[in-house]
Design a protein around this ligand. Structure first.
Ligand code: CA
Length: 475
């Protein structure tokens, strides 16, 4: 017996040693999962990690607490559509003419994200990633512009820029019943190409499907684009979430808080599932809003000036956090500027994927964990073509060009947005300093296109020019 043991023991030990190495090697070689949680019109102040005392967001805060909070996290535009086009391609949306919010126009292939561009899902898909888009799409309603044609393997949500939240209000069976833009908020949800009879409050339904996707795909690399439309209008919440704010007066702010709380529950369920599947160490989770808080829904952007729609910090600087245990130290605060464009650049770098076009973002992880010094970006730029409004941030200095479309008056303002986050004091710059910022913007602008389609603000004009706009087949 002893002899047998002496003989077999080294073999057994060698076998286990091999297994351990093998498992470590496999883990090391596995490409990280990427989860983007995008919320809609959320105020800078309306998450715990940015100081909210009014709305408890313990689960959203886990992303920041277990990773990094960005105090200078930007998006590429101050409203939904263009911001999403920038995020999902990793390129400034004006490079390909997506500078306006797409209209609901499912016959029009130009009304959405250009087919010449690749999405994160396209690029990661070539590396074997399985991808799911959930919630708000808003990158085109034409059949060739929908999520399953843009690199995603699965879709659960709706195609337009917003949606009503209560299932009993989803009275339209398909897009053939849409007769005006706002009708699209009342269609039944889509699961891939099929309309479904969803019974849950919209935010809860999206969370449930996100959890299911992780449950089913935890063994292979995946990319999830979880685009909650909350707390975008219309303001609608269920009693379960409203009761958490029973101390507040009935009104828009109370409903808004309840809607954010519903998102927080969903983020909690998703993070719990990632932990349960033991894939947290290999999963990059990013949380951000698509633009600054909207005044209409009573979002709180303090201490920033401005709001959704303009290029003061309150329109473009958003709640932004990221976690990747083992790569990003827990509890980090990163104070240099980053932008939603960096999400794709970071993801494709670790996936060793090769986008076909050059990206405007950079892999920000080495900057966060201190491997690289300096700023990830020399400068960042924003443009609103229709309002002749633009902004540049270079270092800590920001130029903002404002234009009054009524009296045609234009003027510049300059701020130090690091020391003066609320943009309260206009800087006195020298002519050379002003010119340096302007030259930076001008060089960038040369590479940009004018918008390729009429946007939401031109709804009537578009309908007049396109009388067949709503004449589409059931889908
Ligand atoms: Ca938005």
């Amino acid at each position: 017996m002893k002899k047998i043991l002496l003989f077999t023991l080294p073999l057994v030990l060698a076998f286990f040693a091999y297994k351990t190495i093998d498992s470590k090697k496999r883990k090391k070689n596995k490409k990280p999962n990427v989860v983007v949680i995008l919320v809609d019109d959320l105020g800078y102040q309306d998450v715990g990690f940015n100081g909210s005392k009014e709305i408890p967001t313990p689960n959203i805060d886990r992303v920041a607490n277990e990773g990094v909070k960005f105090t200078n996290g930007y998006v590429t535009y101050a409203v939904c559509g263009p911001s999403r086009a920038g995020l999902i391609t990793g390129r400034y949306q004006d490079r390909f003419g997506s500078g306006r919010n797409p209209l609901w126009a499912p016959n029009d292939i130009a009304q959405g994200l250009s087919l010449e561009e690749e999405t994160i899902a396209d690029v990661l898909g070539r590396e074997g990633y399985k991808s799911m888009a959930l919630g708000k799409w808003h990158l085109g309603g034409h059949e060739k512009l929908r999520p399953l044609k843009r690199g995603f393997d699965e879709f659960y949500g709706f195609l337009t820029g917003g949606h009503r939240y209560f299932p009993e209000e989803w009275t339209l069976n398909d897009i053939s019943e849409i007769k005006q833009h706002s009708d699209a908020y009342r269609t039944k949800l889509l699961h891939n190409d099929t309309r479904v009879d969803e019974k849950e409050y919209l935010t809860d339904a999206l969370s449930r499907e996100a959890v299911r996707f992780v449950d089913e795909n935890a063994d292979e690399p995946f990319f999830m684009y979880l685009a909650y439309n909350a707390p975008h209008a219309p303001l609608q919440a269920t009693p379960k979430y409203l009761e958490r704010f029973s101390h507040m007066e009935k009104g828009k702010r109370k409903t808004y808080c309840a809607m954010v709380s519903a998102v927080d529950d969903g983020v909690g369920l998703l993070l719990d599932k990632i932990d349960e599947k033991k894939i947290a160490d290999n999963t990059i989770v990013i949380f951000l809003s698509d633009n600054g808080g909207s005044k209409k829904i009573k979002a709180n952007n303090a201490p920033l000036k401005g709001h959704k729609g303009n290029f003061f910090e309150g329109g473009i600087r958003v709640p932004f956090a990221m976690k990747w245990p083992g790569q990003i130290p827990a509890g980090t605060t990163y104070e240099r500027p980053v932008i939603s464009l960096d999400i794709m650049a970071t993801a494709v770098d670790y996936a060793k994927a090769k986008p076909k076009k050059p990206l405007d973002g950079v892999n920000i992880v080495p900057y966060i964990n201190g491997e690289k010094e300096g700023d990830p970006h020399q400068s960042l730029r924003w443009r609103n073509y229709d309002k002749n409004m633009y902004a540049v941030r270079k270092g800590d200095t920001k130029l903002i060009h404002l234009f009054n479309t009524k009296n045609q008056n234009a003027h510049f303002e300059y701020y130090n947005v690091n020391e003066d986050i609320g943009e309260t004091t206009i800087l006195e710059l020298s002519a050379d300093e002003k010119q340096e910022l302007q030259a930076d913007y001008d060089a960038w602008l040369e590479q940009m296109l004018v918008p390729k389609y009429l946007g939401l603000l031109k709804d009537k004009q578009y309908s007049k020019e396109n009388p067949d706009r709503f004449n589409v087949l059931a889908y």
